[in-house]
Design a protein around this ligand. Structure first.
Ligand code: MG
Ligand code: MG
Length: 283
């Protein structure tokens, strides 16, 4: 797997470029989500995202990504028990499914990486709660993305939030640094110990991605050699944002609406309920 070793700090100018890539990625995900309905194929969701990248002159970061064989699509699309790396195809969504879409965009040499899980029509209470908790866990992690905190603080915050709700985090797949490469150091697992790990510094850009399983944390790889699913067949959910550590606070580079850098503080990392999870004690 191409993994760029070493943590690369980005200048403000580079962060602006990453934001541009992140915004296109957000638009691509939004287009895919807009296409979600019973009867649609996962390949159609992929096509909707691909069209947005084309319109913006951006390149897909996933297409051709090395693995058991080069990754064959622009997005990964996962239904129900499928957790990550699902290859879009002829599977049709049906009422009550939940579907995760992950996309990576390269624009002007920089990568934006984000993922979302959404319901197909009406879903079970359990499915909705799993999605809610996974999204909350992402924002709990984002709240830790400040200079002086450590990667273990991010990991522990995500794990604690998920497990308090009776769900499990994946062990085999992690969040990661992102920049000119889709995968850079550091790795940021969804489990860990507060106060340990690499200290965060302004200019670090990390894709946080809670991958949450309703049942056992164990996973298996399906016959296509890419798709990762829960071993017990129970539901999973996945949300991801590319986030920059800045002196002003976390800057979510892949949010659909986000400000320029000067407005970061005002925006409270771009999400209406993120503030609910900010720890009361500031370092
Ligand atoms: Mg991703
Ligand atoms: Mg990622």
């Amino acid at each position: 797997m191409p993994w760029k070793r070493g943590v690369v700090l980005k200048s403000r100018r580079e962060l602006m470029r990453m934001r541009a890539a992140g915004r296109v990625n957000a638009l691509a995900l939004a287009a895919a989500v807009a296409a979600v309905r019973p009867g649609v194929t996962t390949a159609e969701l992929d096509a909707a995202a691909a069209e947005v990248l084309r319109e913006h002159g951006a390149k897909p970061a996933f297409l051709g990504y090395p693995g058991p064989y080069p990754y064959p699509a622009v997005t990964t699309v996962c239904v129900n028990e499928e957790l990550v790396h699902g290859i879009p195809g002829e599977r049709r969504l049906k009422e009550g499914d939940i579907v995760s879409i992950d996309c990576g965009t390269i624009l002007d040499g920089y990568v934006g990486d984000s993922a979302i899980t959404v319901p197909v029509g009406r879903v079970s209470e359990q499915a909705q709660r799993l999605m809610d908790v996974t999204l909350e866990a992402l924002w709990v992690g984002v709240a830790q993305m400040r200079p002086g905190r450590r990667t273990g603080d991010v990991s522990a915050a995500i794990q604690t939030h998920v497990e308090a709700q009776g769900f499990n985090v994946v062990r085999e797949y992690t969040g990661h640094g992102v920049g000119r490469h889709m995968h850079e150091d550091p790795q940021v697992p969804n489990y860990g110990t507060a106060g340990t790990g690499l200290p965060l510094r302004a200019g670090m850009t990390i894709a946080l991605e809670p991958m949450v399983l309703a049942g056992s944390p164990r996973t298996r790889v399906l016959q296509d050699q890419w798709t990762v699913a829960s071993e017990d067949g129970r539901l999973t959910a996945h949300f991801e944002h590319t986030v920059a550590v800045t002196e002003e606070g976390p800057w979510v580079l892949t949010a659909l609406e986000a400000p320029d850098l000067d407005a970061v503080e005002k925006l409270q990392y771009n999400y209406y309920f993120a503030g609910r999870f900010e720890p009361a004690a500031k370092s």
